[in-house]
Unconditional design. Structure first.
Length: 119
C-alpha cells in the first residue's frame, strides 16, 4: 500500500513538473516584442523587435513639428502636452484631447474647459 501511494505521488509530481515546463517553453517561444512590461501602456507600439512608448511617440511628434490650426484639432488617443508646440492653446486634463494654434473663445469644444497656453 505504501509503495502504491509513493508511486501515485511520484507520477503526480512528474505531471506537475511537465506542465510547468510547457508554460515556460511557451514563454520562450513568444517574441520579446510581444511581451508587455509593467512600464508600457496599451498605446505603446511594438514592431521589429523594439517598442515605441507613448512618451517616445509624443517626443517624435514634437520634433516633427505638430501643426495646429486656428480651428483646433482633436487627439484620439490623447497626447501629452510636451508634444505640442510652444504657444499652443490646449485642454489640459493630464493629457491633451484638443489643441489649437490661437486662443479663440478660450474653451474646449469637447468638454467646455478653459484652455491653457503652452509656455
Amino acid at each position: 500500500m505504501k509503495s502504491l501511494i509513493t508511486l501515485c505521488l511520484f507520477v503526480g509530481l512528474c505531471c506537475v513538473a511537465c506542465k510547468s515546463n510547457e508554460s515556460a517553453d511557451a514563454t520562450k517561444n513568444t517574441p520579446k516584442s510581444a511581451i508587455v512590461t509593467a512600464d508600457q501602456t496599451t498605446t505603446d507600439q511594438t514592431h521589429n523587435g523594439h517598442v515605441h512608448t507613448q512618451a517616445k511617440q509624443d517626443k517624435v511628434k514634437a520634433k516633427q513639428g505638430l501643426q495646429l490650426t486656428p480651428e483646433g484639432q482633436k487627439f484620439e488617443p490623447p497626447i501629452k502636452a510636451e508634444a505640442l508646440p510652444i504657444g499652443a492653446y490646449y485642454c489640459d486634463m493630464g493629457t491633451v484631447h484638443y489643441a489649437r494654434s490661437e486662443k479663440g473663445d478660450n474653451s474646449c469644444p469637447i468638454c467646455q474647459m478653459k484652455l491653457s497656453q503652452k509656455k
